[in-house]
Write a protein that binds this ligand. Structure first.
Ligand code: NCD
Length: 362
């Protein structure tokens, strides 16, 4: 277990973070453009539609050698730092490769034991140090709210702010995972009217999993969506999400079995039981009942898709991978493309991609 150095008190932070989210968000945008990416609540429908259009365009440009080389030049003059002090495979690699597609030079810290935090430097000072060298910080951190604190600190306290992207903050949020999840939903439902009006089942550890929380917030951008939460009672979705859904008029139901959501769902979003958060082994008995096997496939709608943020353990049988409705490997790859598009939006390169990208479309 990595020991983290204590965070420091900064005058103004407590007051800032006690304000309602809507009042804090303007600090994280500049000239109408998203700057720090911290919460799913920052994304509205025009933003999502634009981002996904750009994602499609970048994917097409990247198909040719010439297109890839052109993309690679867009940020060849800039540097990004990946500060991932919590385990990660996909999010780390997809951000790293997204940076490389656009030409960013990258550096990384994945373990505070190898940085000056081991000498007692506070995580806030470490972040300020990164901002001395790079143009962008992408971070995954075990503490909820630390990405926001970092962004606030750089914007308000330092004279060299750089954008901060939250690549997973404790049990709280994983906004860029939600972006790729919704992109996957949109692509999968292209021929059947898009996401509006669809039924999305979220299954597993909904209380401690941050991906379902961020994804739930994004559902407010689509009309008539219904969410079915299937989880053991102890791992049901949090009260704050329920309040959010109610206040936005989003229909949801809570179920205590996987079986009961299968026939109605257009998408089944499986998640892992997050037993790293166990205090006394409370997850042990919950696996089996929330696992999807071959025997469940016939009970799903013919067009329903199976998603998972990954990593998986026992909750999806490997034999399900062969079913054409299993989209989780594609979902994983979508992460690289949506994150590439997101970087372009933060830095305003989307305008160049729109204006000049046609040259590379076959
Ligand atoms: C998720 C995470 O880290 O929250 N993984 C990911 O980023 N794709 C889900 C998980 O760890 O269960």
């Amino acid at each position: 277990m990595v020991k983290h150095t204590a965070q420091r008190e900064f005058e103004g932070w407590k007051e800032f973070c006690s304000r309602p989210l809507q009042e804090r968000l303007p600090l994280f945008s500049r000239d109408g453009r998203i700057y720090d990416v911290l919460f799913s609540q920052q994304f509205n429908r025009p933003f999502l539609d634009f981002l996904y259009g750009l994602t499609n365009r970048i994917r097409r440009i990247a198909k040719s050698r010439e297109g890839m080389i052109w993309l690679h030049k867009l940020h060849a003059h800039q540097r990004a730092m990946l500060y991932f002090v919590q385990p990660s495979t996909r999010t780390f690699l997809s951000f790293l490769n997204a940076c490389h597609i656009l030409g960013f030079h990258t550096s990384e810290i994945r373990d505070p034991q190898t940085s000056s935090e081991i000498k007692g430097e506070s995580p806030e000072d470490s972040i300020r140090t990164f901002s001395s060298y790079v143009d962008l910080i992408i971070m995954r951190h075990p503490q909820e709210g630390f990405a926001e604190k970092t962004a606030w600190l750089l914007n308000d306290f330092s004279d060299r702010p750089v954008p901060v992207i939250n690549a997973g903050s404790g049990r709280d949020q994983h906004p860029t995972q939600a972006l790729l999840d919704v992109y996957t939903l949109q692509r999968s439902f292209e021929e059947i009217g898009g996401i509006d009006g669809k039924v999305i089942a979220m299954v597993g550890d909904l209380n401690r999993g941050r991906t379902v929380r961020s994804l739930s917030y994004l559902m407010k951008n689509y009309n008539g969506v219904k969410i079915l939460y299937a989880a053991p009672p102890a791992f049901q979705i949090g009260e704050d999400i329920r309040e959010f859904l109610q206040s936005h008029g989003i229909h949801y139901e809570e179920h205590d079995s996987l079986e009961s959501v299968l026939p109605e769902a257009d998408a089944i979003y499986m998640t892992r039981i997050q037993d790293e958060h166990d205090v006394k082994g409370e997850s042990q008995s919950e696996y089996e009942a929330f696992s999807l096997g071959k025997e469940h496939l016939a009970r799903m709608k013919p067009h329903a898709i199976i998603m998972h943020p990954l990593p998986r353990r026992g909750e999806i049988d490997v034999m399900v991978d062969k079913d054409p409705r299993a989209v989780y490997w594609r979902q994983e790859r979508n992460g690289m493309w949506t994150r590439t598009a997101l970087l372009a939006v933060i830095f305003g390169t989307d305008e160049k991609i729109e204006a000049e990208g046609d040259l590379f479309l076959s």
